[in-house]
Design a protein around this ligand. Structure first.
Ligand code: ADP
Ligand code: MG
Length: 398
């Protein structure tokens, strides 16, 4: 995939109507009160919106929220987003009652440079997730330029994330540009040595990432729950640890592939195991492959921490996906925290992908020490898997 795409800076938007795909899929209070519990995604969209307004564009913003499955669900309306966006920009936001219906069309037609219109939840339309050309065309007909800044949705080929690009010149906003620069740059042309740290819960959810990064990285570090499948496959005792029997052969293949390719593959040498999956469980450190019956591994051990921190010291680039342990329990967050601290001290380009990994780095207080934290959980995983991202592929090449 070509990661070198035109951006808003490469296109003239003065006096034009710009359809801007944002990721306004913000978490809402469960009580239906319409309260946004975290407005990070709205804030993240501001630089591109502000740039477009400054350039004299009229902005027609759109986004999905939740999974209304093609039906109008009032609790998934973007109205609260319009209110918050207006507060953040200090500007009135014109809210459309529909996506491509008469209200949206009329308000889009009347929109002036410097104004913002927010369309309703794109998934209120049945054609959105089917990438229906009729819907894409109707959305495109309201604008003259398409700007995509919803990195969290680029792995979906939907009408508003990819289809519209068939009808309008399409470029990226600043959020997507940053993701392409950092993740794309690390995959296509990394500053070496490239160290990939892979953890999280399951091997099965990371096969694509392991496989792709084995082609690119100089060192691969395995931690988290998936390490126990590797350990069991090599004959280790893993007690009650997370284990995917069906993926034992695959993990052996990956060990072999690393050998064949001359990639250094590091596995935990010790582990912190607990007598229950609980924050206050009794714990002990044992060697990898020697977890007693009735105990389960919840974090990497202190010798492994040393080994892994040493391995990132001289890295040129580090890609990290997947926590080293159950970081949600403070007693088992030490491995993840130590790795985060080690990354904060390197001069390497440090890239964090994956929803839980981003949350871990934030929670542990290392977010502002990383070069780049991806804004897309699923999208960043598919990116690291080397898959083509429809919402990126549809943009004009630079
Ligand atoms: P990401 O969202 O960054 O891609 P994953 O979803 O793959 O990461 O994994 C995150 C989850 O893995 C966390 O909730 C964490 O508690 C869990 N995890 C990490 N290590 C273990 C372990 N040893 N046992 C059970 N769960 C683990
Ligand atoms: Mg996750």
């Amino acid at each position: 995939m070509n990661y070198n795409k035109k951006t808003v800076r490469d296109i003239d938007v003065k006096g034009k109507k710009v359809l801007l795909r944002c990721d306004f899929n913000v978490p809402m209070a469960k009580d239906g009160s319409g309260v946004i519990t975290d407005d990070k995604r709205i804030r993240a969209a501001l630089p591109t919106i502000q740039y477009l307004l400054d350039q004299g564009a009229a902005v027609i913003a759109c986004s999905h929220m939740g999974k209304p499955k093609g039906e109008v669900k009032p609790e998934l309306s973007l109205k609260p987003v319009a209110v918050r966006l207006g507060e953040l920009l200090g500007k009135e936001i014109v809210m459309a009652a529909d996506v491509v219906g008469p209200d949206a069309q009329a308000k889009a037609a009347a929109l002036q440079p410097g104004q913002i219109l927010l369309l309703e939840n794109t998934r209120f339309e049945k054609g959105e997730t089917k990438n229906d050309p009729a819907l894409a065309k109707a959305m495109a007909s309201m604008a003259e330029v398409y700007v995509s800044d919803a990195f969290g949705a680029v792995h979906r080929a939907h009408a508003s994330t990819a289809g519209v690009a068939d009808y309008l010149p399409a470029v990226s906003g600043f959020l997507i540009q940053k993701e392409l620069d950092f993740i794309g740059g690390a995959l296509a042309n990394p500053k070496r040595p490239l160290v990939a740290i892979l953890g999280g819960s399951k091997v099965s959810s990371k096969i694509g990432v392991i496989n792709n990064l084995l082609e690119i990285a100089d060192t691969i570090i395995i931690g988290g729950g998936m390490a126990y499948t590797f350990s069991a496959a090599q004959g280790g005792k893993v007690g009650n640890s997370l284990l995917e029997e069906d993926w034992k052969d695959y993990s052996l293949e990956m060990v072999q592939k690393a050998k064949d390719k001359g990639v250094k593959l590091l596995l935990p040498v010790d582990t912190v195991c607990a007598d229950a999956f609980a924050p206050d469980a009794k714990s002990q450190v044992v060697l990898s492959g020697e977890i007693p019956d009735g105990w389960e591994g919840l974090d990497i051990g202190p010798e492994t921490v040393k080994l892994y921190c040493d391995a990132v010291k001289d890295a040129g680039t580090v890609i990290w996906n997947g926590p080293m342990g159950v970081f949600e329990f403070p007693a088992f967050a030490k491995g993840t925290e130590a790795v985060a601290e080690a990354l904060s001290k390197t001069s390497a380009i440090t890239i964090i992908g994956g929803g839980d990994s981003a949350a871990a780095v934030q929670q542990l207080g290392y977010a502002d020490k990383m070069t780049h934290i991806s804004t897309g959980g699923g999208a960043s995983l598919e990116f690291m898997e080397g898959k083509e991202l429809p919402g990126v592929a549809c943009l004009l090449d630079a």
